[in-house]
Design a protein around this ligand. Sequence first.
Ligand code: ATP
Ligand code: MG
Length: 350
Amino acid sequence: SPRVFSGVQPTGNLHLGNYLGAIRKFVALQESQDCIYCVVDLHAITAQLVHDDLKSQIRSITAAFLAAGIDPKRHIVFNQSRVSGHAELAWIFNCVARIGWMNRMTQFKEKAGKDRENASLGLLAYPSLMAADILLYRATHVPVGDDQKQHLELTRDIAIKFNNDFSGRIAAAGLGTEIAMGEETVNGYFPITEPLIGGEATRVMSLKDGSKKMSKSDPSDLSRINLTDDAEQIARKIKKAKTDPNALPSEPKGLEGRAEADNLVGIYAALADLSKADVLKDFGGRQFSEFKPVLAELAVEKLSPINAEMRRLIDDPAHIDAVLKDGGERAGAIAEKTMADVKEIIGFLQ
Ligand code: ATP
Ligand code: MG
């Protein structure tokens, strides 16, 4: 049966990209699906091992989930390290996945930088842990931003290889089910996960550089709009956002080769629930000096209720901790069943 899983790393300030590319979709999906949303703290130590205050980062991501409207009673919200199955299944997937698969990942190349030999082994194996996060719950759908597309393809490759390599043992253990794979169905244990990447803001770019995605870990705070920014900060950052000197085009075609303009129009479209074409029908021919204040006003209107609720929640850490504990227990129960099945399939004595 369908199940949604997604995660966000506690690596810094959540930004507009995380909201439009991921969290807003988490909220929409909970109306019709069974959802598990995870603060992926094990992932947070892959790029940087020592964090000043990981606990408050974890609480702050959780607060954002709740403030955006995720219901932790009907669904599951928890932090990854509470459920040992993530690390356990990741180990098994490290033995399923091939080194060559990991070496091709663009996120690894970007995050490792030039000194690749000195990146953590965890950063290289990141996609294997991500596959474990998803498949531990046998999730079928994963809402993410465009940057995670490649990792989701790898998750599918891991599920396919596991299902194939163990097909006889899966059948012998009576653990096989019909699994949808595109148009076809195959017999296997793990589902072939579908990414949910759609809309006008699947890849929000840095406000300072239209060729880089907006990121929590970007050292420049001016590069992103944080969910915790107040109205004045949002207006200032949009005002300072890099643009070209030309007026807005009247059709999306005119945004080609204008990465910064394209980004701001895309943000407006996503916030207003319009297409870029609709936005340009209204703003084509106008200068950025006119467009930016309207965009800032719209961003403030959409983000300030979340911002206010996040602040309120962060003042009540006991409540947040209770949500994570309860979610961890419910996630743990599902995970335990999967791990018992996987151990049976592999042939470990338990
Ligand atoms: P980091 O720089 O530490 O990797 P991040 O900003 O990329 O942080 P993640 O926790 O890695 O955030 O990703 C959480 C979710 O937000 C993922 O689904 C990811 O695809 C999505 N996301 C991240 N950045 C953007 C962006 N600029 N536009 C749209 N979606 C994004
Ligand atoms: Mg990221």
